[in-house]
Design a protein around this ligand. Sequence first.
Ligand SMILES: Cc1ncc(COP(=O)(O)O)c(C=O)c1O
Length: 393
Amino acid sequence: MKTKEIIKDYDLFVMGTYTRYPLVITKGKGKYVWDNNGKRYLDFFPGWAVSGLGHCHPLVVKKTKEQVGKLIHVSNNYYNLLQGRLAKEIIKNSFAGTVFFCNSGAEAIEGAIKLARKYGYPKRYEIISMKKSFHGRTLAAITLTGQPNYHKGFEPMPKGFKYVEFNDFRVLEKAVTKKTVAIVIEPIQGEGGINVAKKEYLKKVKALCNKNDILLIFDEVQSGMGRTGKMFAYQHYGIKPDVMTLAKTLGGGFPIGALVASKKVSKVLSAGTHASTFGGSPIVCAASLAVFEAIKKDKLLDNVNKVGGYLKKQLEALKKKYPLIIKGLKGEGLMLGVELNIEGQHIPVLALKEGLLINCTQKNIIRMLPPLNITKKDVDEALKLFEKVLKKV
Ligand SMILES: Cc1ncc(COP(=O)(O)O)c(C=O)c1O
């Protein structure tokens, strides 16, 4: 099938909710994808961080292939062999508590909002989130998202949400009322432009939450699963949240979301109060267990620190070379943003032509979330292509 015909089917039959590049991807392996004409692209933004181990990671393929012949789905009125094991693995790597499984980041966020509301019921229901945050596209998730452009046309928004400036403790403290039940933070804002929470800020927020019995919810949908050089970004800060949301890399390409509740709130959502038909099915649990196994076996946290540091250093060198274009660098590990002095929405299109996949967010932040298992050589290859693009800019 030719590109034009493929795109025509989309134009006629797929709801036009996405801006798409004219690229049909037919194959993926590791850090590369191929289009329907056989052209190869180095993927430094694999599925918005979903394919965090690269495309079709051999262990994910092996484990899901084995599972698909045994049992694909079973309802949550029964037990399956893998869901409990995966929950245990998540808890072992984070904090004591329990896990609820769903299918996406937004659904994990919905669960977190419901958990907070139930915890505060009936007196406290207000949730404070950060400006420039992003938490997904369902109605409550966009309401929680502190970017008014996502609300436009969907008003009236559900009640009980408030927004404050990120990394400003005083405004947050002032926003807390007797009705506040939770504060939601991405330790590193992804969509908002790779904005890293300050250490002192998060520590003060934690103390504020403890003092007022407010739940601290970390959205680690993008920053979790090794992306920043620790299994979860909050582990850089020496504090723990009460609740954490996960998705993206957690499934190694398969659709999964997880709501992780610490012991204090692990029984708030009791039988009959929350559910998801597909949540924690054997096939996605097999994929996710393979992701944990690969991160450990291949020492990927070490790799993220090593190669992430190298990528940052090389980008710094590019900044020196192109000071009119590059303003600065932001991020941690392999969650990096190149801040531009100019608008950069056309840059991913130019990069595509060179065979490199990257993203632009907030109009001037080039976002790179390459697979956790890339090498320094891959960084060199990517930056060679990126420099070609900068030359055209
Ligand atoms: C921090 C964060 N939370 C939630 C979401 C929503 O996840 P999903 O698109 O899987 O619903 C995203 C997606 O980009 C995200 O980055």
